[in-house]
Design a protein around this ligand. Structure first.
Ligand code: 3HC
Length: 325
């Protein structure tokens, strides 16, 4: 269905329509599913929203791993609530993507066979409880910086999904910071675990914002269409400026010797992540890529009987309704 949708519009991308469409975007209008849109706009939205949704669902795996091993009942309840939120975020986003003519099954199949991505960060392991704090604080903190501007994105269903997601993300980041603060202010062994988690997750968190602007293939067009509101480097810099004072507040060492306040720029200077590692991870060679996709493939297969049952029920109901008409 998705392939037909895109092909059918290819012939109508005439310059007049494109100019009128761009004028709507520039005027800050919301584009709704039934509005005319360029083929590329639709394709970019399906790619970005689909991968965003996949990130929410795959992102449950590293944290889900620690629900049964939370140190207290309270921490278990908090982590459970957070992981459940992420499932909901994925569903809002799949719903937004479906308004563009792609089915959830198509998107899932493209994830499972590697044609679609999810955020690189979820290909790193979560080794102990300090990682739960660091993931909430750094990963959800980065995701908030990346998602808040998307509340103003030009595509209506995406922008409305983001408003709901962002409300819940702030709880995710707060609970993570609170968890790692307990450890940073705890015993020397706990502080050491907190420091190790920050050291391991700092650069992968910077990679969440995407490659450097020079290597970003989609930014220019995505920003012209207000599918993306900031460049990758702009948001990365915002994350560094916001997080360094928090690391200092926790009395932890900075995870990058290159971090230095630059009075002239009014920002922190910092070292780039290892971009060869980044491109390797998004090509599928990260520490956990195989496990994450195996887990998603297994869940898809194990859930087949539920989908079959629901579909059979829906078909029977439709047949009864048809017979009664
Ligand atoms: N992980 C995986 N792939 C990435 C990536 C990352 N961190 N950053 C970039 N890429 C990919 C892009 O998808 C693109 O590949 P593609 O053409 O096959 O899709 C390629 O690298 C080039 O990157 P670009 O900068 O040109 O791509 P974009 O303009 O799409 O920018 C993005 C990447 C900033 C992630 C943008 O897509 C975006 O803002 N997406 C929506 C928000 C999102 O997905 N946030 C991260 C996950 S949400 C989350 O973490 C859940 C939270 O609850 C924890």
């Amino acid at each position: 269905m998705y392939a037909q949708m895109v092909k059918s519009e290819a012939s109508t991308d005439d310059p007049e329509k494109l100019a009128a469409f761009q004028a709507r975007i520039d005027a800050g209008e919301k584009i709704e599913p039934k509005d005319w849109m360029p083929v590329g706009y639709r394709k970019t939205l399906i790619r970005q929203i689909g991968q965003h949704a996949h990130s929410e669902i795959v992102g449950q795996l590293p944290e889900g791993n620690w629900i049964t091993r939370a140190p207290t009942l309270e921490r278990k309840a908090i982590l459970l609530a957070k992981v459940q939120d992420e499932a909901g975020h994925g569903l809002y986003l799949y719903c937004a993507a479906e308004t563009l003519g792609v089915s959830r099954d198509e998107l899932t199949e493209m994830l499972l066979d590697g044609r679609m991505k999810y955020s690189s960060i979820f290909n790193y392991p979560t080794l102990n409880w300090a990682d739960m704090g660091a993931v909430g604080w750094l990963v959800d903190g980065a995701a908030i910086l990346n998602q808040v501007p998307l509340q103003r994105t030009s595509f209506g269903p995406y922008s409305r999904a983001m408003i709901r997601v962002c409300k819940e993300e702030s709880f995710h980041a707060r609970q993570g910071f609170d968890a790692i603060r307990k450890m940073a202010e705890g015993t020397p062994a706990q502080k050491k675990m907190a420091q190790d988690a920050v050291n391991r997750l700092w650069f992968p968190a910077l990679m969440m914002f995407g490659p450097s602007d020079a290597d970003s293939v989609h930014s220019t067009q995505s920003m012209a269409w207000k599918i993306k509101m900031n460049t990758n480097d702009e948001l990365r810099q915002k994350f560094v400026d916001q997080t360094v004072p928090q690391i200092e507040f926790l009395k932890l060492d900075l995870p990058d010797p290159g971090i230095k306040w630059n009075e002239e720029r009014g920002h922190y200077d910092y070292s780039d992540p290892d971009w060869s590692e980044f491109f390797d991870v998004i090509k599928g060679n990260g520490p956990c890529n195989t496990d994450r996709l195996a887990a998603r493939n297994k869940a898809w297969k194990d859930g087949q009987w539920v989908r079959d049952g629901l579909l059979a029920h829906a078909r029977k109901k439709a047949a009864r309704k048809h017979a009664a008409e």
